[in-house]
Design a protein around this ligand. Structure first.
Ligand SMILES: [Mn+2]
Length: 221
């Protein structure tokens, strides 16, 4: 194994069993592999703490998801509809939540190197992430031209407007069931909803997927 691999893992949402199986199937080895998580490690599934422990053990890097950004907002005392998840996070982390939150504060909103961009939800057409509202980066699905409504299905999907010959990998949109275009890869295959957990292996561009043990949550939750 001479060439270093890059492994990018889709939205885990607390599914630590499936994560552990996926890393085994891929043969992930932090001595040789660069391992990224595309965000949304927490909430909805069995144990975010379980995921965090595996995440640390493989020395991975995470991109900020909307669930992590919402958690930071709530921890900073701002109202958010995800407040319903906080009690479960305290219980799950059992005294370690502050350490986890401190870790999450250091997670980047995107990762970029020549030929590769990682972002949780997607890119605003024509804009670099540094010039984009963080909430757009973690929640965009469709683009209305202004950023007022990022979910309206009658607007074009952000990746239909993306025309740069450089690979973008994203998660967030489980209902897509994954996406594989020349320059855009969607990795959220809805594990927590009973779908699959996906990993993209670069440079060979191979997908490794593990089936969820069960549906832990409804997709409309
Ligand atoms: Mn998300």
């Amino acid at each position: 194994m001479n060439q270093q691999r890059t492994l990018i893992i889709g939205d885990v949402h607390g599914c630590y069993h499936e994560l552990s199986t996926l890393l085994f199937e891929v043969g992930a080895n932090p001595a040789y592999d660069r391992i990224f998580f595309i965000g949304d490690l927490i909430n909805k599934g069995p144990s975010a703490r379980g995921v965090w422990e595996i995440f640390r053990s493989v020395k991975a890097t995470a991109i900020m998801g909307n669930h992590e950004l919402s958690m930071l907002k709530i921890m900073d005392g701002q109202p958010h509809r995800h407040a319903k998840y906080i009690d479960d996070l305290y219980r799950d982390f059992d005294g370690e939540l502050d350490a986890f939150v401190a870790d999450v504060r250091r997670w980047p909103l995107w990762f970029e190197e020549p030929g590769l961009m990682l972002v949780h939800a997607g890119l605003v057409p024509g804009k670099h992430p540094r010039d984009t509202d963080p909430w757009h980066l973690v929640s965009i699905r469709t683009w209305d031209g202004s950023g007022e409504d990022l979910l309206n299905p009658s607007n074009p999907r952000w990746f239909d407007l993306y025309d740069t010959p450089s690979l973008v990998v994203f998660g967030h949109w489980a209902a897509l069931g994954g996406l594989s275009r020349e320059w855009v890869v969607g990795l959220d295959t809805g594990c927590v909803y009973g779908g699959m957990l996906s990993c993209l292996v670069l440079p060979e561009r191979r997908f490794v997927r593990v089936k969820a043990r069960q549906a832990y949550c409804s997709i409309n939750h």
